[in-house]
Design a protein around this ligand. Structure first.
Ligand code: NAD
Length: 251
């Protein structure tokens, strides 16, 4: 029996070929979901379109920092599929800089994609979820939020990801009465393209020494946690933070 049969699931930032989002979309699809992939990268969107049966999928170029894009996306999904069961706020960017080096522009960019994007997309889907009296929103924070960075992203990334935890918990409180659950996942270091080739072997070695399970994470590791939080297996869980870090941060 499939865990997401007939559920309509949106995953943002999900067109990156080696990313957590696409791996999640594929896993959800295999579990019977109708999958909506959104990403700001139009080329990447074109590449993933053929991976899914058109009947059960939709791939849209959409920017999470643009409120109109978010509203438009939710509208299209409801028009085409009639409902929205799951939103995975996965779109995110990082930048490996030190505290003193963060410019105003860097701050805005990192905050906007990670934190404002979560707000706008969640606001865009919540009216439909309220009307259904059900829904699951999952936010992709980071171990960086919990331990104060120090893995790859800079302090502004840590702040944005910590902001996502606070916003998500407040949403869980407010939206619970409408049957909407809101949870977060805090991945450790996952091998994807987000590090943009700037993660050196030396950095990797150093990080590995601090991971009890003795390997870096894979996109699949995070996708499995998303699957649990998206499905009815977690139907009494809200406001929670699920660590997926191989024991890198035990607290
Ligand atoms: P990735 O770079 O492969 O994927 C991020 C995707 O988001 C890309 O496809 C990108 O085009 C898209 N995106 C960027 N800006 C966008 C915008 N404004 N609107 C819509 N889409 C946008 O990286 P990933 O590692 O798969 O990251 C996925 C999420 O996991 C991110 O939120 C990231 O911060 C988080 N995360 C990653 C790690 C890690 O180690 N890889 C650890 C903790 C948390």
């Amino acid at each position: 029996n499939l865990l997401l049969k007939d559920k309509v699931c949106i995953v943002t930032g999900a067109a990156g070929i080696n990313g957590i989002g696409l791996r999640t979309a594929r896993m959800f699809y295999e579990q019977g979901a109708t999958i909506v992939i959104s990403d700001v990268n139009a080329d990447a969107c074109n590449q993933v379109r053929s991976m899914f049966d058109a009947e059960r999928s939709m791939v849209e170029v959409s920017n999470v920092t643009n409120r109109d894009d978010c509203v438009e996306l939710a509208k299209k999904v409801v028009e085409r599929f009639g409902r929205i069961d799951v939103l995975v706020n996965n779109a995110g960017i990082t930048q490996p800089v030190k505290f003193d080096e963060i410019t105003g522009e860097d701050y805005d960019r990192i905050m906007d994609v990670n934190l404002r994007g979560m707000l706008y997309m969640s606001q865009a889907v919540s009216p439909q979820m309220k009307a259904q009296k059900s829904g699951s929103i999952i936010n992709t924070s980071s171990v960086s939020a919990q331990r104060g960075g120090g893995i790859f992203g800079g302090p502004h990334y840590s702040a944005a990801k910590a902001g996502m935890l606070g916003l998500g918990k407040a949403m869980a409180r407010e939206l619970g009465a409408h049957g909407i659950r809101v949870n977060a996942v805090t991945p450790g270091l996952i091998a994807t393209d987000i590090t943009g080739g700037k993660l050196t072997e030396e950095m990797k070695e150093r990080i590995l020494e601090g991971i009890p399970l003795a390997r870096l994470g894979k996109p699949e590791d995070v996708a499995k946690a998303f699957l649990f939080l998206a499905s009815d297996l977690s139907d009494y869980i809200t406001g929670a933070t699920l660590d997926v870090n191989g024991g890198m941060h035990i607290h």
